[in-house]
Each structure stands twice: as structure tokens, then as C-alpha cells.
Design a protein around this ligand. Structure first.
Ligand SMILES: *[C@@H]1O[C@H](CO)[C@@H](O)[C@H](O)[C@H]1NC(C)=O
Ligand SMILES: *[C@@H]1O[C@H](CO)[C@@H](O)[C@H](O)[C@H]1NC(C)=O
Ligand SMILES: *[C@@H]1O[C@H](CO)[C@@H](O)[C@H](O)[C@H]1NC(C)=O
Length: 412
């Protein structure tokens, strides 16, 4: 499985020689600070999800709350005090409980931890700034984003918008391990700086789905349209929980090296109810109640992508000021637009794909009266063949890496 996420923030306005740095700082922080960061990030993730529902309606939803948090926390380093307070509040930080420098050190530490090499699973989080050549960037701002966010910086000729777009798209393609991304389509002539957060995740299932058990099945999308998808099937022991209060089934499917995905299947007709009442605390509840059970699991192979304009969302969360006087001394820079793009691909980890007929492995047991064998009950079937939700979490830190609602998946 692969997912990509990008956040691009364009700044309008209006240097000295910038050089790349590869300095890596770990930013040691206490466990209690880390807990506050993780909690606020989770609060922010759910608030954002709720806001997203109102603008995305019945469409797919896919975003990395972490990516958005990191990008705006980095941006806040250049903001005027009122804007900065709004950003912290928008990101669900409470300044009577956490200090500003703890927030930035927290993100620094978290990014460092998530980026540590893992076997079989790749997480890569990167930040970058693209500046107009003529811009005189404040030394303090630059030092902070380099040290705390490990941001790379590049000089860009924004007056030649074709070249600028090319440069930024090349950078992004490289960060996304060669996948072409199209987030930057148009570049407003007023843009003088772009801030980017990119996140790349590639994971292998801890227990792979076997490619011989793939069949073509139906997925009932919104509006009763049926989509043909390749469905993966496996029968084994899986951590699951049926949440009676929310009317949904949660299946935890781990990747290697402590990244877990939660597939959340609302009961038929209950999607709207589940997603509107889902809160951060449900994740803690599920974590405690997940139990290992033998089940027959079917999930589709699919991909989805979603692009969103985060500018509106941030305004809904109270970030209405946009003054960034600490970035450059020349002109009053204002934050103008932020775009987020995320792509998710789920497959079985095998390159070879063999199609088999639906129902091949759906026979649970055999019974034979003559030898008086009592058949064991077949394991329950949990089938993700209608809209469902997904959350991907780094299990070591408890960080939500990705959230999504899959209503209209594309066949893979
Ligand atoms: C922030 O924290 C303080 C002290 O813990 C608390 O009284 C206040 O209600 C919190 N504010 C918000 C918006 O949660
Ligand atoms: C989908 O089909 C079910 C039963 O066939 C029906 O009750 C429901 O109203 C339909 N929904 C839409 C959006 O057409
Ligand atoms: C997640 O972490 C907890 C400890 O915090 C551990 O007990 C559990 O086994 C881990 N789950 C996975 C799937 O790695």
C-alpha cells in the first residue's frame, strides 16, 4: 500500500544567498510534551474531517492531518502574533497547556521519529520552501524552518511561472518516489513563495493477501451505482471490534514495523451517522476493545485521490488572519492559498495478479453426517463492499498519518 500527501502553501508579496542544509536535529522533548502534541494532532484530525464532510459531501475524502499540521506550524514561524495564535488554536493547541517552542520542537521530534528507517515500510516526510530570487528572507525565520522542520530551500524565478512550476513539480515527483503529481496546475502571478510539506508512505502488510485469492466483486458506491473491483480475500486471525454504539465494525490490519491501518465498515445505511458522530476518543476505545478473532476478510484493491483547498478549511477553524511579517523585511507577505493532495493505493503486495472466480474460497467447512462430524461454525465474513472509512496510524507514537472515506474507489 502506498500513500502520498502534499500540502502546498502559496505566499504572495513581495535575499541573501540561500544554501541547502542537511543538518538533522532530533529536538529532544519530554514524553508529556509529546503526548500533548499527539493529542492535539488527533483533535485537529477529527475537527478537520468534520469540516471536510461539509465541503466534500458524498465524494471521497482523503487527507493527512499530520501533513497539514506540520505545514501550518512551520508557516506560523513567520506569522504576526495574532495570526500565530489563530494558527495554534486552529491546529487544536491550547497555549495555556503547551508553550510555543514546545509545539515546534514537538513537530521536529515527531518528524525525526517517523522518518527513521524501518524495514519493509517507508515513511518519508519532507518540507521545502521555494523563494522568489529577489526576496530578502529573514535570517531567524530561515534558521528556524531549517532547524526545526528540516526544510530545504530553493531559489525560484516566480516571474517565469512555467519554469517555477516545473521546478516545484520536479521536486515533488522526486519526493514521491517518482510518482507524478499534478497538484501545482496554475500558479498565480502574485505568488512569491511556496511552502511544501510532502509525505510518502509505502507499507507491506504484515500478513499479505494472497494473489490467488483475488476475484472480481461488486462495490456499492453512492447513489446505488455498482463498481467492479478486484477483491482480496483472506481467512485468518485479525484484531476486530464491533462498535454497537456507532454501528460499525473495525478491523485492524497491520503493516510491518508498527504502522497499522484501521478499516471501519459502517452497518448498511449508517455511514452518515458513523462519520458525523466519530470522535478522537473512539480510537482509544477501539484500541482497548480490539480482540483477535478468526474471520474471513474481503477488502478491495483500489486507489483514490483527493485534492482540497485547505484555505477555506483553515478559515472555518478560525484562521482568518494572514499576516506574515517575520518572513521577509521587504514587503508584507500574506498567506494566500493552500492546497492539499493525497493519493492512496491499496494492493495485495504481490506483483503477479491471478484472477479467480468469485466464491472460490467462500466455502467455510464441510460436514458429513455419516461420520457424525460436527462442523465448526464458519468464521464471520467481513466484506468491505460498500463505502467505508480508513485511518492509518503510526502505532509507536499514536500519530494519525492518514484519514479517508472511500465511497468511490478506482479499480487497481
Ligand atoms: C485551555 O486550557 C485551559 C487550562 O487547562 C482551560 O481552562 C481552557 O478551557 C482550555 N481552552 C480550550 C479552548 O480548550
Ligand atoms: C438504493 O436502493 C435501495 C434499495 O434498493 C433504496 O432503498 C435506496 O433509496 C436507493 N438509494 C438511492 C440513493 O437511490
Ligand atoms: C501497538 O502498540 C501497542 C503498545 O503501545 C502494542 O501492544 C501493540 O501490539 C501494537 N500493535 C501493533 C499492531 O503493532
Amino acid at each position: 500500500m502506498i500513500y502520498l500527501s502534499l500540502l502546498l502553501i502559496g505566499l504572495q508579496f513581495h535575499s541573501y544567498q540561500l544554501t541547502r542544509v542537511q543538518e538533522v536535529q532530533e529536538c529532544k522533548i519530554g514524553d508529556n510534551v509529546m503526548t500533548k502534541i499527539i493529542n492535539s494532532n488527533a483533535d485537529f484530525a477529527f475537527r478537520l474531517y468534520k469540516e471536510m464532510l461539509s465541503i466534500r459531501g458524498d465524494k471521497n475524502v482523503l487527507f493527512s492531518p499530520l501533513s497539514i499540521s506540520i505545514a501550518f506550524a512551520m508557516l506560523s514561524l513567520g506569522a504576526a502574533s495574532e495570526t500565530r495564535r489563530q494558527i495554534y488554536r486552529g491546529l487544536a493547541f491550547n497555549l495555556s497547556q503547551i508553550e510555543e517552542n514546545e509545539i515546534h520542537k514537538g513537530f521536529c521530534h515527531l518528524t525525526h521519529k517517523l522518518n527513521l528507517p524501518r524495514e519493509g515500510t517507508q515513511v518519508k516526510i519532507g518540507n521545502a520552501l521555494f523563494f522568489e530570487r529577489s526576496l530578502k528572507v529573514q535570517h531567524t525565520f530561515l534558521e528556524n524552518v531549517r532547524n526545526l522542520y528540516h526544510a530545504e530551500d530553493f531559489l525560484t524565478d516566480f516571474l517565469d511561472s512555467t519554469r517555477a512550476k516545473e521546478q516545484i513539480n520536479d521536486y515533488l515527483t522526486n519526493k514521491m518516489s517518482g510518482r507524478t503529481v499534478s497538484i501545482l496546475k496554475d500558479l498565480s502571478e502574485q505568488i512569491r513563495m511556496i511552502l511544501v510539506n510532502s509525505m510518502f508512505f509505502k507499507g507491506k502488510w504484515e500478513n499479505k493477501f494472497h494473489n490467488r485469492l483475488i476475484f472480481e466483486g461488486d462495490f456499492l458506491a453512492y447513489g446505488n451505482t455498482t463498481i467492479k473491483l478486484n477483491v482480496m480475500e483472506k481467512q485468518n486471525t485479525q484484531a476486530i471490534y464491533y462498535d454497537e454504539d456507532l454501528s460499525c465494525t473495525v478491523v485492524q490490519i497491520p503493516y510491518r514495523q508498527s504502522v497499522v491501518s484501521w478499516f471501519i465498515l459502517p452497518d448498511e445505511g449508517k455511514l452518515k451517522e458513523v462519520e458525523s458522530s466519530l470522535v478522537k476518543e473512539d480510537l482509544d476505545k477501539w484500541k482497548n476493545y480490539l480482540t483477535l478473532r478468526e474471520i474471513q476478510l474481503r477488502i478491495p484493491k483500489f486507489s483514490i485521490s483527493a485534492s482540497i483547498d485547505v484555505t477555506d478549511l483553515l478559515q472555518r477553524l478560525g484562521v482568518t488572519n494572514a499576516d506574515l511579517p517575520e518572513i521577509t523585511e521587504q514587503l508584507n507577505l500574506r498567506f494566500s492559498q493552500a492546497f492539499h493532495e493525497a493519493v492512496l493505493v491499496v494492493h495485495e503486495d504481490h506483483t503477479e495478479l491471478i484472477q479467480v472466480q468469485h466464491g472460490l474460497s467462500s466455502s467455510g467447512y464441510f460436514g458429513d453426517h455419516r461420520i457424525k462430524l460436527t462442523p465448526p461454525p464458519p468464521p464471520p465474513l467481513i466484506e468491505f463492499n460498500r463505502p467505508f472509512l480508513m485511518v492509518i496510524i503510526d502505532n509507536d507514537t499514536g500519530t494519525i498519518l492518514l484519514m479517508g472515506k472511500i465511497v468511490n474507489p478506482t479499480k487497481e
